[in-house]
Design a binder for this molecule. Structure first.
Ligand code: PMP
Length: 394
């Protein structure tokens, strides 16, 4: 008898996105891709990682190659807690869980907080990877009104928040839009959520990548008992390390620890110890300004190209940090169709629709400006501008 694989309902609900299929061609070297969410490899501190790795293998080889506690390597948890406590909030290390990338934090969150049909609040648009992670647990997503400054707090009523398991948001240089939530809205959001008794989930991998302006206080620092915070070393060191962290009140963190134990026992001891060594002696604070300088210059370059090449009917933001620019196109233009044409001309971007949990908009797209060299940015944006003008004229 042939073997039958009867898939779970959860697995049957998984789909491979059409866009992912289209974007596979972006791996061809001749394609100028503004589609990737990858940090620039030019920012990876290779020499520092080599030294840190050698030190770990010299000083603590057996511990580094052994199993470790699910919560994570204690000195690294302490370092993270101390860093997050710099702006006033007192975060104890007991509230920090080291995860295998912050993407795992999103999965664990889904596991411990979402039942089928649970109400989960998100921004419009929101991070696709979070929507995918939560979707495995079949929530009922509800979108909150959002504009160029994030969630429009004065358009939210207590009824919008009622019964939600959590509200997932990205206050700093959001993926996909690059937008940042101003201080007043942060305060209003924390107050609204606290009044409604709804946890905020603050996803913050880009918080350190501000190009110049003052850092704004995290939601976590405003209400540590009401916020689950996610951070990552992917954008400030390197994503291949797969190192992220969750900060949460102990009761909920304990549940995430149990869920993580079932998932992968713990985050690799080796990566954790290497990163702990790498960040010593203020290295990270010396390293981050070089990432900001590169990304800030790349961003300016793309903005100038957009100004030159894109039709006046298109609108985009001026990000103050992060890796992305969001473009709004005139009504009726489908960025998915535009992508198919762009790929014929060896240029790629990500269409906006998949970033919407409900009621997708098609006349928008995301551009990453960090990995493509300046002269290729110029050419790629010129090609997109021409295609867009032709589309508008059609
Ligand atoms: N959250 C957001 C908003 C992201 O953009 C990313 C990476 N694309 C992640 C989480 C996951 O990051 P990692 O797992 O590498 O820490």
């Amino acid at each position: 008898m042939t073997t039958q694989f009867t898939l779970s309902g959860r697995a049957r609900a998984l789909t491979s996105s059409a866009i992912r299929e289209i974007l596979k061609v972006t791996e061809r070297p001749e394609v100028i891709s503004f589609a990737g969410g990858l940090p620039s490899p030019a920012t990876f501190p290779v020499e520092r990682m080599r030294e840190a790795t050698e030190k770990v293998l010299r000083d603590s080889p057996h511990a580094a190659l052994q199993y470790g506690p699910t919560e994570g390597f204690t000195p690294l948890r302490e370092w993270i807690a101390e860093r997050l406590s710099r702006n006033g909030a007192k975060i104890p290390a007991s509230r920090v869980l080291i995860t295998t990338g912050s993407q795992q934090g999103l999965d664990l969150l889904g596991k411990v907080l979402i039942d089928e049909g649970s109400k989960v609040l998100v921004e419009t648009p929101s991070y696709l990877g979070a929507l995918q992670a939560f979707s495995l647990f079949a929530p009922a997503f509800a979108s909150l009104p959002s504009d160029a400054q994030g969630i429009v707090t004065d358009q939210i009523s207590p009824a919008d928040l009622e019964g939600a398991r959590f509200l997932y948001c990205l206050p700093n240089f959001q993926n996909p839009t690059g937008r940042r939530m101003p201080l007043e809205r942060r305060k209003a959001l924390v107050e609204l959520a606290a009044k409604a008794g709804v946890p905020l989930v603050e996803d913050d991998p880009y918080g350190e990548l501000s190009y110049g302006g003052e850092a704004l206080p995290s939601l976590l620092s405003m209400n540590p008992d009401g916020v689950i915070y996610m951070g990552s070393f992917s954008k400030v060191l390197a994503p291949g390390l797969r190192l992220g962290y969750v900060v949460a009140p102990e009761e909920i963190l304990g549940k995430m620890v149990q869920a993580k134990q079932a998932a992968d026992l713990h985050t690799p001891s080796f990566s954790q110890r290497i990163v702990y060594e790498a960040v010593q002696d203020g290295f990270i604070d010396k390293h981050i300004p070089s990432i900001r300088a590169l990304y800030g210059a790349q961003c300016e370059h793309m903005l100038a190209a957009l100004e030159r090449e894109f039709p006046e009917q298109a609108r985009w933001n001026r990000p103050e940090g992060g890796m992305f620019i969001w473009v709004d196109l005139p009504e009726g233009i489908d960025s998915g169709a535009l992508l198919a044409k762009a790929i014929e001309h060896n240029v790629a971007f990500v269409p906006g629709a998949p970033f919407y949990a409900v009621e997708p908009r098609r006349n928008c797209l995301r551009l990453s400006f960090v990995t493509v060299p300046a002269e290729k940015i110029d050419h790629g944006i010129k090609v997109l501008g021409e295609l867009l003008k032709a589309e508008i004229a059609a």
